[in-house]
Design a protein around this ligand. Sequence first.
Ligand SMILES: *Cc1c(COP(=O)(O)O)cnc(C)c1O
Length: 429
Amino acid sequence: MKYYSLNHKAPKVSFQQAVVDGLAPDKGLYFPERITPLSADFFASIGQKSNVEIAFEAIRQFVGDEIPENELKRIIDETLSFDFPLVKVEDNVFSLELFHGPTMAFKDVGARFMARCLAYFNRNNPTQKNTVLVATSGDTGGAVASGFLGVSGVDVVILYPSGKVSDIQERQLTTLGQNIRALEVDGVFDDCQAMVKKAFLDESLSHKNLTSANSINIARWLPQMFYFFFAYKQLAAQNKPLIVSCPSGNFGNICAGIMAKRLGLPIAHFVASTNANDTVPRFFEHGKYDPKSSVATISNAMDVGNPSNFIRIQELYGNDLAEFEKDFSSYSFSDEQTKAAMKQIHQHSGYVAEPHGAVGYLGLKKELGNHPDAVGVFLETAHPIKFDAIVENTLKVKLEIPEQIKGVLDKEKVRTKIKTYEDLKDFLG
Ligand SMILES: *Cc1c(COP(=O)(O)O)cnc(C)c1O
C-alpha cells in the first residue's frame, strides 16, 4: 500500500516509510491511496470471529506485504492483549470500554501497534535509532511511554503542558525511565504540538530520525478502526442502525471510525462530541473551519483547538459537506453539562463515567433524538481513575485504584522543564 501526503507536494511512500516519517516532507498527513471494502461474508460472520482475526482483516490491506502475515498477526495479538467490553448503561445506550490496557487509556492500542511495527522494521539493523517525539494533552504520553518501553532502537521524548495533565497521567509518563524521557513545557498542548511539528521539519535534527507517535502517524491512527468493529460485533445481532459517539480532541479516533465504515462496517451515523474546544461543531454550524487556541476543560485529553486529523476526515468526504452531514454530526458541551451527565448516568444506572466518556454520552443522547430506532454506543476512552479528583468530587464516590495504576503511584517523577523550541533542540542534541 502506498500513502500520499494530503498537501500533495511530496512523493508517495510505503507503509514503512510513512510510519517512520510520521509527517510527509511537505508537512502533510499521510493518507492511504486506496480503501477496499471487506467482503459481505466477513461482516455476516463477524460474531464468530476473534478480535485478533477481525483486526487482522481490517488492517492488512493498509500494511500490504511489508510485514508478513504471521508477523502482523503476532503484532496484533500482542497489541490486543486485553478486553473491550460493551456495557449497557440505558436501553439502547452502551459504553464501549477502551480502557482496559496497561495505561487504562484507549491510546494503548495505537501505541502498542506502532511500537511493534517500528521494532519489526528495525529488526535487522541494531544500530538504527528512531526518536519518537510526541506531544500529549494527557493520555497519549502514558500510552506511548508504556507501549514503547524497552523497544530496542527507539528513544521516546514526550512533551506535556505544565499543570494541565492529572497527577496519575504525569506519573505514567515521567516514571518509566529506560528509553523514555519527559519534557514539561511551560505552555498549553498546542504549544507542545507546534514544537513537535517544527522539529519534524527541522533539517538540523535529521540525524535524530524523528518520528511522531501522535495520531498523525498512520500506525497510531489506523488501529483505532478496531474499536468500531468490536462495537459492531457485540451489537450486530440487534439488527438496529448503529450510532457511535466519540469524545474527540485531535479527531484521530473518529476518523478511524469513518475508515472502518469505508471498509463496509455498517455504522449508520457518527457523532464527534467535544468539550468547549468546538472548532468542528462550529464548522458544521457555519461551514467554515476556523481553529482557535485550546481552552482548558475537565476533559483535558480533548483540549485541542486545531484538530490535526480533521483534514483526513475532509479527504474522506472529498469536501462534500452534504454527504458529510449525512454520516456525521458534531456537538460541543460545557464542563457543567459534562458533570451533570456524569451525575445523571451514575444515579440512573450506577455506572461511573469519567469526563471524556460523559461528553461522548451527551453527544450520543442528542443524536439518538434524531434516530429513535437506533442503538447507540459511546466510547469510554479512559478509566475513571485517570481523572480521579473530578470523578470523586462530582459523584461523591471513592474509586478503587486498579493494579495498572498502583505501579506508578509511589515512583518519583523525572522530567526536564522547557519553555522554547530552542530548549527542545538543546535537549535533543
Ligand atoms: C486522546 C483522547 C481523546 C481524543 O481522541 P482523539 O483521537 O484525539 O480525538 C478522548 N479521550 C481520551 C481519554 C483521550 O486520551
